[in-house]
Design a protein around this ligand. Structure first.
Ligand code: ADE
Length: 255
């Protein structure tokens, strides 16, 4: 997979992309990350990337020209994601903005299927509206709060995508057991020592009975999701029996 990132602050990516799973995925050739400085795509002498907002107001707005120039020179076409009029598949061009749709595991799984994507980091007070209308195919927010720019959000998106690429983690099973993978939170994990300050590891995990361990983990996953993120249960894949048992818990908790 190839991920292009358009940013005014390329240096911000040095640390996060040269450590841990992302670094290993790059070293193994599973992903190529190309950082493009938006300023390099200006055509004026002073390399101006922003300007005052029409109509007045606080702050500066990112100009459209360098962003269009950058995306088009990489090979993105803008418009609606999917197939172009000529039937060629288009590269998703994603603007990171607090106004975008909320990023979640499902969005991460969808994006990880593409061979190539372009992430555009917004900055200053905003981005010229014509970028959203005519250049990007999607707008993504990583949460309902405002960051100083799209860079940290782009790092979050890259991390969530890269860990799903086959071979990026030590074992394929790890992704499948991640929280949110099947719409539930992950079960509790323990390691040695078996007793720490008097707190002991649940007996079943020491039993060697794989079926019983799998049942316990599933149950814990369900209960934890019910307690912490009941909203996730609406969309989770549950058996009728599991839904019935969860309803009993709900009822018991509320009485
Ligand atoms: N840029 C600023 N805030 C953001 C957010 N919450 N998500 C994505 N991009 C952003």
């Amino acid at each position: 997979m190839k991920i292009h990132i358009l940013t005014l602050f390329p240096g911000m990516f040095n640390g996060p992309f040269s450590e841990s799973i992302i670094k290993r995925a790059i070293d193994r050739g599973l992903v190529e990350i190309a950082i493009h400085n938006i300023r390099d795509y200006t055509s004026d002498r002073h390399h101006v990337v922003d300007d005052y907002p029409y109509g007045g107001g606080q702050g500066m707005v990112l100009k459209p020209e360098p962003l269009f120039e950058a995306v088009e020179s990489i090979g993105g076409q803008g418009g609606v994601c999917g197939e172009s009029e000529k039937g060629e598949s288009q590269i998703p061009v994603i603007l990171l903005t607090p106004q975008g749709r909320l990023f979640d595991q499902q969005a991460a799984q969808e994006l990880a299927k593409y061979e190539e994507i372009i992430l555009v980091c917004g900055h200053y007070e905003g981005v010229d509206e014509r970028v959203g209308e005519h250049l990007v195919t999607d707008e993504i927010s990583i949460g309902d709060y405002v960051l100083s720019g799209g860079e940290l959000a782009a790092m979050v998106v890259v991390d969530a995508l890269v860990r799903q690429l086959p071979g990026a983690l030590g074992s394929e099973a790890s992704v499948v057991e991640d929280s949110h993978w099947r719409g539930l939170l992950e079960y509790p994990q323990y390691t040695r020592p078996q007793a720490f300050r008097g707190w002991v590891v649940p007996e079943v995990l020491l039993s060697g009975n794989h079926a019983a361990i799998a049942r316990w983990r599933r149950e814990q996953s369900l209960l934890r999701t019910l307690k912490r993120r009941p909203d996730l249960l609406e969309r989770a894949e549950l058996t009728d029996e599991e839904r019935r048992r969860l309803n009993e818990h709900r009822y018991a908790d509320s009485s």
